[in-house]
Design a protein around this ligand. Structure first.
Ligand SMILES: *[C@@H]1O[C@H](CO)[C@@H](O)[C@H](O)[C@H]1NC(C)=O
Ligand SMILES: *[C@@H]1O[C@H](CO)[C@@H](O)[C@H](O)[C@H]1NC(C)=O
Ligand SMILES: *[C@@H]1O[C@H](CO)[C@@H](O)[C@H](O)[C@H]1NC(C)=O
Ligand SMILES: *[C@@H]1O[C@H](CO)[C@@H](O)[C@H](O)[C@H]1NC(C)=O
Ligand SMILES: *[C@@H]1O[C@H](CO)[C@@H](O)[C@H](O)[C@H]1NC(C)=O
Ligand SMILES: *[C@@H]1O[C@H](CO)[C@@H](O)[C@H](O)[C@H]1NC(C)=O
Length: 216
């Protein structure tokens, strides 16, 4: 199965991806802004969704309850997050990050409150980065959580609304510091752990069985 998928992936320019376990689907961002939906049981591309961006569709998060998938379009100026419906595979709406001069990083879904979050490496207000929660009702920012100097990349929820935040290589270059942080999103994003020495990473995943985070 792995080889068949690898052969499919080579036919386009893949970026980030996410598995939708309840649907048996793999959603893959493509370099031209489209999103490919792959059936994991027969390894076929079921859909090619146009996000509205000509640039890369990159990192994903998924809410199995609402069937909503969000994907970043980090290379648009300003960068975007597109919300898609897994039910009808069409665009629901677009978040436009007009106060973000650079790119966006990993999004994450919090099953405890039903909100999506996105990692913002740098905004006009928070040069060291921030986490933003998204309001899908009107495609605006729900809340902003400023970070200590981080220039964040990957974010992922662990247990108890603990958000693991990995910091990018720019943390080391800009602040001469290497640390990852854990925020308690049930308590206004309070920093509850500072894991020094862990820096310069990109995407992260969480294994709920062993309660471990893996950094790429
Ligand atoms: C693969 O499975 C999907 C979902 O059941 C189906 O719609 C599609 O036709 C199948 N494709 C092939 C080539 O069997
Ligand atoms: C997928 O959609 C993109 C964007 O609309 C388009 O440029 C591309 O040709 C499509 N690819 C396929 C295989 O249909
Ligand atoms: C697709 O489904 C979403 C809800 O999941 C809905 O908001 C949207 O209007 C639907 N779009 C189309 C084109 O049917
Ligand atoms: C995002 O906002 C900018 C500036 O207001 C605008 O030029 C651009 O068209 C918007 N993009 C989308 C996809 O809404
Ligand atoms: C979006 O809705 C929220 C309430 O859910 C409101 O506080 C906020 O002002 C709205 N934002 C915009 C840009 O309309
Ligand atoms: C995290 O720990 C590092 C190394 O001890 C320290 O330099 C930094 O100030 C700490 N940051 C926060 C927000 O606690």
């Amino acid at each position: 199965m792995t080889w068949a998928i690898a052969a499919l992936v080579l036919s386009f320019c893949p970026a980030g991806l996410v598995v939708l376990p309840d649907r048996g689907e793999l959603w893959v961002g493509d370099g031209d802004g489209s999103v490919k939906v792959i059936n994991l049981f027969n390894n076929t591309i079921l859909a090619n969704i146009t996000t509205g961006s000509k640039y890369r569709a990159d990192e994903f998060a998924y809410d199995p309850n609402s069937g909503i998938v969000v994907v970043t379009n980090p290379n648009d100026k300003p960068p975007l997050v597109t919300a898609l419906s897994a039910n009808n595979r069409s665009v629901i709406g677009v978040f436009n990050f007009t106060d973000v001069p650079g790119e966006l990083e990993q999004p994450a879904f919090n099953p405890s409150n039903g909100l999506f979050y996105v990692s913002v490496p740098e905004s006009e207000t928070n040069k060291g980065g921030e986490i933003r929660s998204l309001n899908l009702a009107n495609f605006s920012t729900n809340a902003v959580y400023p970070l200590p100097p981080c220039v964040p990349a990957g974010i992922v929820f662990g247990a108890n609304q603990d958000l693991f935040v990995s910091c990018s290589q720019k943390q080391i270059l800009n602040y001469n510091l290497a640390a990852a942080f854990v925020l308690d999103m049930s308590n206004s994003g309070k920093v509850i752990a500072n894991i020094s020495g862990v820096g310069g990473s990109d995407q992260v995943v969480y294994d709920p069985e062993y309660h471990q985070c893996y950094l790429e």
